[in-house]
Design a protein around this ligand. Structure first.
Ligand code: AHR
Length: 514
């Protein structure tokens, strides 16, 4: 008996220590969706040091800049191939009056940023500055119109100002401000978080208001095959009633997408530190981040009932990790460091979006520079790329590729009596025929063995990249900006159609098969 118990204990112990094997089946399908590049989108709000003292330093700055925007940021975002950029908020959008941000800068009125620290801004970064920046970045603008404290006329005129090519009061005003040609502005948010900072509305009230605004949002720019794409302010997390009400009350010809926001936060009144967290806090953050899968599935199921042909897209236009602001900064500026934990959030969340690319057509990481789960942090002349930047760059291979459906049962990441799936994965084939697998192991302690049954993909060559570090709390700081960066991964083998590899704890691997 004693012997039997010892054996059982030994078995249990070895299961804890040694890697488990997960078998992933990769089955290409003609019905698989295209992964919209817009899933890899970004978000820049007038918040803390995102715009001012982030992107925008002004033309007179001694930092190298192009019309006031830091050159190092432009270069880094171009390398990331960002497909779109959402602006000016967030909560800020429903306080923003776009006409205050056009014309000679010295004549522009100020605005008090009432949601984010009460700072007074001089409106020197306005519509022209943002849309010209998008052209420099070769990215599509996504403008959030003010529904909470704005008017239908204001939104209609903003659309006309930015996109009308003919003779009209707003197109003429644009020309008088130095821009002859309209910009290409396809994406228009109709308010933001209307259930909260966007006006504290009920879903029914917002649905009516949405219909009114959307009616006057016209396709001015008809010459260039860019119909206006209207995005209704969507639910937060598991607010399925919000989605149901909007789908029920908004006629399909008035809406092109519904938004969804979800942040990986364990406790809104005590979000915890961005760097010196323990494993329990890490586990809690991942539990919240992984809820994205359930939210996407359930909101999509509601949309399926009203829109079985999937004409209306789901845009997850705010997502990411949100912790306590770094102690050196004021609470309202939401400046936080970015560790390997954030790389885990990015890797798993992007896999979820890829795997649900039939409905998720856009997503926007919050936020690009110096705010929340930023891809870039700046400190005066210094600038660094975060672990999240590297994940976004590794995953850029999925942009506009065709999803390859995967099926597998993940081994568990166990902490105390709680468990989470340790492995997350997605795969796609790009237009040149190359196949990419993005694999994440969120387990803080154990590596796992992965076998991918990929015979159907007919691969003959394999290469890879890995993002990993010694501790889950590791991050890039301004003195060691290159501490965490991608490296070549040589640990995967391909034999008779099966790929085998060992994925280390808290790491992201992207494999390329040809
Ligand atoms: O991204 C920060 C804020 O989070 C946004 O302004 C708002 O939309 C959300 O609550």
């Amino acid at each position: 008996m004693q012997k039997k118990i010892t054996l059982l204990l030994l078995l249990a112990f070895s299961c804890q220590l040694f890697a488990q094997t997960v078998t992933i089946k990769a089955r290409p399908s003609d019905a698989a969706p295209h992964i919209s590049k817009h899933i890899y989108g970004h978000f820049a709000e007038h918040l803390g040091r995102c715009i001012y003292d982030g992107f925008y330093v002004g033309e007179d700055s001694k930092l190298p800049n192009t019309v006031g925007v830091r050159n190092d940021i432009i270069e880094a975002l171009r390398a990331l191939k960002i497909p779109n950029l959402r602006w000016p908020g967030g909560c800020f959008a429903d306080t923003y009056h776009w006409k205050d941000g056009i014309g000679p800068k010295e004549n522009r009125p100020t605005i008090v940023n009432q949601w984010w620290g009460g700072s007074t801004e001089d409106n020197s970064f306005g519509t022209h500055d943002f849309l010209n920046l998008c052209e420099l970045l070769d990215t599509e603008p996504y403008l959030s119109a003010n529904v909470g404290s704005g008017t239908v006329r204001e939104t209609e005129e903003w659309l006309q100002y930015t996109t009308h090519d003919g003779i009209s009061p707003m197109a003429d005003l644009r020309r008088s401000n130095g821009r002859e040609q309209p910009w290409r502005v396809r994406y228009w948010g109709v308010g933001n978080e209307a259930w909260g900072c966007g006006g504290n509305m009920t879903a029914e009230y917002y649905a009516n208001l949405y219909r009114q605004f959307a009616t006057y949002m016209r396709d001015w720019n008809l010459q260039d095959d860019t119909p206006v794409f209207r995005i209704a302010s969507g639910a937060s997390g598991d607010d399925y009633q919000w989605t149901e009400t909007l789908m029920k009350n908004i006629k399909p010809d008035l809406v092109e997408a519904l938004a969804l926001h979800h942040y990986a936060v364990t406790d809104w009144s005590d979000k915890g530190p961005s760097v010196s967290f323990d494993e329990t806090q890490y586990f809690g953050t991942m539990r919240e981040a992984l809820k994205m899968e359930e939210f996407v599935v359930k909101h999509a199921a509601i949309m399926d009932r009203y829109d079985p042909e999937k004409k209306i897209a789901l845009f997850v236009d705010e997502w990411g990790g949100w912790y306590d602001t770094e102690p050196a900064y004021e609470a309202g500026v939401l400046y936080q460091q970015n560790t390997m934990r954030d790389a885990m959030i990015a890797g798993t969340t992007l896999n979820t979006f890829n795997n649900h690319a039939d409905r998720v057509k856009m997503a926007n990481l919050a936020q690009t520079v110096n705010v929340l789960q930023a891809v870039i942090l700046t400190d005066a002349e210094k600038m660094l790329l975060t672990p999240t930047y590297h994940v976004m760059k590794m995953y850029a291979v999925h942009q506009d590729a065709t999803l390859i459906p995967l099926s597998f049962d993940s081994p568990k990441y166990t902490l105390g009596d709680e468990q989470l799936p340790a492995i997350s994965a997605s795969a796609s084939r790009d237009s040149s025929g190359k196949v990419h697998f993005s694999l994440v192991n969120i387990d803080a302690r154990k590596s796992h063995t992965i076998k991918i049954e990929a015979a159907a993909l007919q691969l003959s060559k394999l290469s890879g990249e890995i993002l990993s570090s010694a501790a889950i709390q590791d991050y890039n700081d301004f003195d060691t900006p290159g501490k965490i960066s991608t490296e070549i991964f040589r640990g995967a083998s391909l034999r008779q159609g099966t790929i085998s590899l060992e994925i280390p704890p808290f790491s992201v691997i992207v494999l390329k098969g040809e």
